[in-house]
Design a protein around this ligand. Structure first.
Ligand code: FA5
Length: 332
């Protein structure tokens, strides 16, 4: 009997160390400790033994039962630990892993072009100025030497706002009103650039948008000449595009500058793209802002930022900038 018990204990211990789930454990528990197990049936037979034998056999049975119970408890705690480890692994929040999966966005390429323009001009000693997108006729036209009867008003294809007197309030058709607002609020010398949104009734095509962006430049100081204007534009083109792009000034007309010029840059195919207008600030404009034209002179320019972006990123069509096709925007 002792040998039978020893074999049972050895077998139970071996099989219990190999269990891999709770069902197996339960089955082994009842096989080795349940009603039909060896230890239980031997215990039932104890009554038939004489007292001395019963003592020895009883101790052996109890001893075996305790060892099997210990092996069961050990197997259970091993299975519990494994289950817990599995759960921790499943519930683990790996924050670094998560971070890799989040896609980072980036600025729209017009914003990138505007930021770069600002950097280039700030590097040349300019400050950034701002003005409102809804303007009065005074700032958008009159103070810029474009009186009501002036034919140049027609060329701006203005979008009017239904507010106040007819044609008194409008979405600004250029950033030039910021020239006036700056000169009203600041004593010369003045060196500013003013980027911002502008609006015209233009129909969208490969080089036009009805809502577009300009950057205005204004310099007011003593002894400023057209040479300073040409030099500033040249330095800007080299800083913004690098060495390959050429620029040229063409005589033109704006009521608020005299003389006036149009400013083009060269395309890779050798053709020219008009980027903006510029010129020496008209004495009437200086007078409108309380600045004495005999003491102060200056130049101004206004470029299309969207067209700069088209050139810089070699796009075929300016409308790509507003189609908001993420597959296109992702490339920049
Ligand atoms: C002006 O708006 C003047 N205010 C520029 C100026 C400022 C001249 C200071 C003198 C002194 P113009 O209408 O040409 O000028 O527009 C200037 C630039 O804005 C154009 O060369 C072009 O680059 C851009 N632009 C004009 N209309 C559009 C449009 N519909 N879509 C995209 N860009 C445009």
């Amino acid at each position: 009997m002792i040998e039978q018990l020893q074999n049972a204990v050895a077998e139970a211990e071996t099989r219990l160390t190999a269990v891999t789930d709770l069902d197996q454990l339960k089955a082994l528990d009842s096989e080795f400790l349940g009603k039909k197990s060896l230890v239980s049936s031997l215990k039932k037979q104890l009554g038939g033994l004489d007292p001395e034998e019963r003592k020895v056999a009883g101790r052996a049975i109890n001893d075996s039962r305790r060892r099997i119970e210990e092996a069961v408890a050990e197997a259970r705690s091993r299975l519990d630990a494994e289950a817990l480890a599995k759960r921790y692994e499943a519930e683990r929040l790996d924050l670094t892993e998560q971070l890799h999966r989040i896609e980072r966005g980036h600025y729209h390429l017009v914003t990138q072009a505007r930021d770069r323009l600002e950097d280039v001009f700030v590097g040349m000693g300019f400050h950034i100025a701002e003005g409102p997108e809804v303007e009065s006729a005074w700032y958008n036209f009159e103070a810029l030497n474009i009186p009501e009867w002036h034919p140049a008003r027609g060329s701006f294809d203005t979008i009017f706002v239904d507010l106040g007197e007819p044609e008194e309030v409008m979405l600004r058709s250029h950033t030039s009103p910021v020239q006036i607002r700056t000169m009203e609020n600041q004593e010369p010398p003045i060196y500013i650039v003013a980027p911002g949104r502008t609006f015209r009734t233009d129909t969208a095509d490969a080089t036009h948008l009805p809502a577009f962006n300009q950057i205005e430049g204004l310099v007011i100081d003593r002894g400023i000449t057209m040479g300073d204007l040409a030099g500033t534009i040249d330095s800007f083109v080299h800083a913004f595009f690098g060495g390959d792009v050429k620029s040229r000034l063409r005589p033109s007309y704006f009521p608020f500058t005299e003389p006036s010029a149009e400013f083009d840059i060269s395309r890779p195919d050798g053709s020219w793209l008009e980027l903006g207008g510029c010129g020496m600030v008209h004495p009437n404009v200086l007078r409108n802002c309380g600045i004495d034209p005999d003491e102060w002179q200056g130049f101004a320019f206004g470029f299309g930022i969207d067209r700069l972006a088209v050139m810089r990123y070699q796009l075929d069509d300016i409308r790509e900038l507003v189609n908001n096709d993420v597959r296109f925007l992702r490339q920049f």
